[in-house]
Design a protein around this ligand. Structure first.
Ligand code: EPU
Length: 431
């Protein structure tokens, strides 16, 4: 049983370098299935979600080798199955990208329903609607495995998404990249990782236009060549350290980022009175100059404020006097972590999609758990600001998405370590 142990009170100062984007990597690695030659993917974050998707590809027959700490060589040419139904597949949300990639390559796919972070119902109806319009019959086997088959005939189509969905947009792009003819995705999501996936596919010879706008046009091609490709920096990891710098009233240079991807986060921090200075590939977040002001946040698809930074900002706002209101507009149920913040003395009430934060009350250490990935880092941020030593459990969620989180926070001056707690002690405590 591993825990993070964080003693609060230290302001964060110094520099932190951001890794490659998790949500780009977990789409680009399965996208290699579509390629007719080996690829090398660089700036891959060293996180458990990436190891898992690499293992899934290996189990399907791909050769997957770590070239160095942040590069993977993947030879997909020996993949000889369109089935991915192991427990590994169930273990991560992004395994749904196997559906689009396998459908594009084999014109059929059989993939276990995805797991991943739990914030209520996470439907994939829009993915399936897209595949059906491309010509695939779809059925659900035993409530657990999705079976797609377009009987050899994957054909471009006009697809209007009823909700703006990152996963559906990327999944349809994957299948359509090798479909016959032209696909148009309307009401597409515009996140930076969508542009990154399109750039990756185009570098291999795909013909995709409009990624980053709400209409994406894809002309299918027969052959995709092997490439070396470097993944974009992680917008949400960057936003997390920016938020932590502000919450501790520190001054941190966040390096290896694309400032344009962080505009919504930068705007909110500035509204709160934080100085944010943008450089070409870094931002400085300085919260030492003046007392911070409360603010309201509404999460939206890109370029709106990202839902994946919502919990981190909730922790920050508990430290700022006054009433701040968060409106979670993307997910139905992304407030499970609020109970954990309440244990630390935060004053927050939740009414449907709103979290009303009465900030400025001192947080105190308490045993808390990571209820999901971003909720987990929100606990770290709260613990950095709290009086005393906080133990955070369920840290496997955090390690799914943050590379070297202990080393990065420690280098900024945080008092944080990972400890192993004996199971027996745990059981006695719970008895
Ligand atoms: N939705 C549907 N039908 C669908 C798909 C989505 O109704 O077929 C709804 C969802 O229920 C949700 C909204 O549309 O209310 C947006 O969901 P989306 O499909 O955009 O989310 P996702 O692709 O499953 C990705 C990220 C999430 C991030 C969301 C939103 C990956 C692997 N996951 O999920 O990241 O919150 O986009 O930006 O890319 C995280 O990194 O912590 C994380 C949860």
């Amino acid at each position: 049983m591993e825990r993070f142990v964080v003693t609060g009170g230290n302001k964060l100062f110094g520099e932190v370098s951001i890794s490659g984007a998790k949500n780009a990597a977990v789409a680009i690695i399965p996208a290699v299935i579509l390629c007719d030659e080996p690829c090398t993917i660089e700036n891959i974050p060293n996180i458990s979600d990436v190891s898992l998707i690499g293992k899934i590809l290996q189990n399907m027959g791909a050769e997957v080798k770590r070239v160095n700490k942040s590069a993977l060589y993947i030879d997909p040419t020996h993949i000889n199955t369109y089935c991915a139904t192991s427990d590994c597949v169930r273990g991560m949300r992004a395994s749904y990208y196997l559906l689009g990639a396998l459908l594009g390559r084999f014109k059929k796919a059989k993939v276990a329903l995805p797991g991943g972070c739990d914030f209520g119902v996470r439907p994939i109806d829009q993915h399936l609607k897209g595949f059906q319009l491309l010509g695939a019959d779809s059925d659900l086997i035993n409530g657990a495995i999705i079976n797609l088959d377009c009987h050899g005939n994957l054909t471009g189509s006009h697809i209007y998404l009823d909700v703006v969905s990152v996963g559906a947009t990327m999944n349809i792009m994957l299948a359509a990249a090798k479909a016959k003819g032209k696909t148009v995705i309307e009401n597409a999501a515009k996140e930076p990782h969508i542009v990154d996936l399109a750039n990756f596919l185009n570098s291999m010879g795909a013909n995709i236009k409009g990624a980053g706008t709400d209409v994406i046009k894809i002309n299918g091609v027969d052959f995709l060549r092997g490439v070396n490709y470097s993944i974009i920096p992680d917008q949400i990891e960057a936003g997390t350290y920016m938020c932590a710098a502000a919450a501790t009233r520190g001054n941190v240079l966040v390096k290896n980022i694309t400032p344009k991807h962080l505009e919504a986060i930068t705007a909110k921090l500035r509204e709160m009175g934080v100085d944010v200075t943008e450089y070409d590939e870094s931002v400085r977040v300085d919260a030492t100059k003046r007392p911070l002001r409360k603010c309201n946040i509404k999460t939206m698809p890109h370029p709106g404020f990202p839902t994946d930074c919502q919990p981190q900002f909730a922790s920050l706002l508990t430290t700022v006097p006054g009433t701040s209101i968060i409106n979670e507009n993307v997910w139905d149920n992304r407030y499970q972590y609020i109970n954990e913040l309440l244990r630390m003395g935060a004053q927050i009430s939740v009414e449907s999609r709103l979290a009303i934060i009465e900030g400025g009350k001192e947080l105190t250490a308490a045993p808390v758990k990571a209820t999901d990935l971003r909720a987990g880092v929100a606990m770290i941020i709260a613990a950095l600001c709290a009086k005393g030593t906080t133990e955070i459990s369920n840290i496997q969620y955090i390690e799914r998405g943050y590379e070297e989180i202990i080393a990065k926070f420690s280098a900024l001056g945080a008092d944080i370590k990972k400890v192993v707690i004996e199971e027996n002690t745990e059981n006695r405590a719970n008895a």
